[in-house]
Design a protein around this ligand. Structure first.
Ligand code: HMG
Length: 303
């Protein structure tokens, strides 16, 4: 049997990836309360903002307000997406601890999501990366459609490895391998992760899985088996990408924590507080949480 990591880092992406696709505007005060509840649960890294065009993603237009209002928990990294220097300048002013350059392993998705080719995106990211280094900010790279693309279909592990290499050369501290449309399966996940790990330290590679086909937990387990120890998840399973129609949310944080607890893998996060946060945001949105574990634990508590 494979030896699994003893501890993992869970990056909570609900306040950004989770909420970005909500049709009705979620007030900054609600986003702020959500981030504060999550930091209270012990996350070391929360993706709280995206400094992108409000015409492209209106829900993220309040990012500066959220970043200004949150209670900063010492030791927690608050991340912001920054597609270009305009985004970087806004993230710097908002005191983000980490900026995220987000590219794609699929040419078609790159065009739809950030309106440029993969090569053009890397050229744009270069100035963001240099500015991040100059200002002492952490730099994360995110690679969408690493397992399949809604526009072009198959994506090869080689295309993923190519973008991993380019992001490594830009100086990324961490690189996410993202299943934007939730199509990956366990063996494919291991193949792509192992290929990526030939280009970048496995300790700094992250798995970002959406749960569209119900495979995300299996893919996380498969990634644990090959040594990946950073995972992204979204409280209450919030989410979906505006440029990937039909894609559902990220794997729910509560479900990931429940699995990690069962495996005896340390996360440093209090599952009970995350369950409360999941119920809080689901009630605000007026729908049931997408987290099976979250709903089961909330029901058990209610007796
Ligand atoms: C990248 C651009 C800006 C290019 O968009 P563009 O239209 O090519 O940009 P532009 O430079 O020509 O500028 C056009 C307008 O946008 C403004 N603009 C330009 N940049 C910014 C900025 N940073 N912040 C605010 N405004 C900005 C700029 O000021 C101008 O305003 P106008 O003069 O028309 O009024 C656009 O395509 C965009 O914002 N895309 C965002 C897409 C996005 O946020 N997608 C969701 C996040 S990615 C994701 O969810 C996947 C991930 C990370 O979770 C992993 C996974 O699951 O796959």
């Amino acid at each position: 049997m494979a030896i699994l990591p003893k501890q993992v880092k869970i990056v909570e992406v609900g306040p950004r990836d989770g909420l970005q696709n909500e049709k009705e505007s979620v007030p900054a005060a609600v986003k702020t309360a959500l981030v504060n509840r999550l930091s209270g649960a012990g996350f070391r890294n929360i993706e709280a903002a995206a400094f992108v065009s409000p015409k492209w993603v209106p829900q993220m237009a309040t990012s500066a307000d959220v970043m200004a209002a949150i209670d900063r928990r010492p030791g927690t990294i608050y991340s912001a997406l920054t597609p270009n220097m305009q985004g970087f300048d806004a993230a710097l002013a908002a005191r983000a601890d980490e900026v995220v350059i987000f590219g794609s392993a699929s040419e078609a998705f790159s065009q739809k999501n950030i309106n440029c080719s993969i090569a053009e995106s890397i050229a744009r990211f270069d100035s963001v990366a240099q500015a991040a280094k100059q200002h002492g900010l952490r730099l994360r790279g995110s690679i969408s459609c690493a397992f399949g693309c809604p526009y072009q279909g198959e994506v090869s592990p080689e295309s993923v490895a190519d973008v991993v290499r380019r992001m490594r050369d830009l100086g990324c501290d961490e690189i996410d391998i993202a299943d934007t449309i939730g199509v990956a399966t366990a063996r494919q996940t291991q193949t792509v992760m192992e290929r990526a790990a030939r280009e970048f330290s496995i300790d700094a590679l992250a798995g970002h899985f959406h749960d569209t086909y119900g495979q995300a937990l299996a893919n996380i387990y498969a990634s644990l088996e090959v040594g990946i120890s950073i995972y992204h998840s979204s409280v209450a399973g919030l989410g979906g990408c505006p440029y990937a129609k039909g894609a559902t949310g990220n794997i729910a944080t509560e479900d990931v924590l429940y699995m990690m607890e069962g495996l005896g893998i340390e996360t440093g996060i209090d599952l009970d507080i995350v369950v409360d946060a999941g119920q809080f945001i689901s009630q605000f949105l007026g729908r049931k949480s997408a987290s099976r574990a979250g709903n089961a634990l909330a029901a058990k508590r209610a007796g």
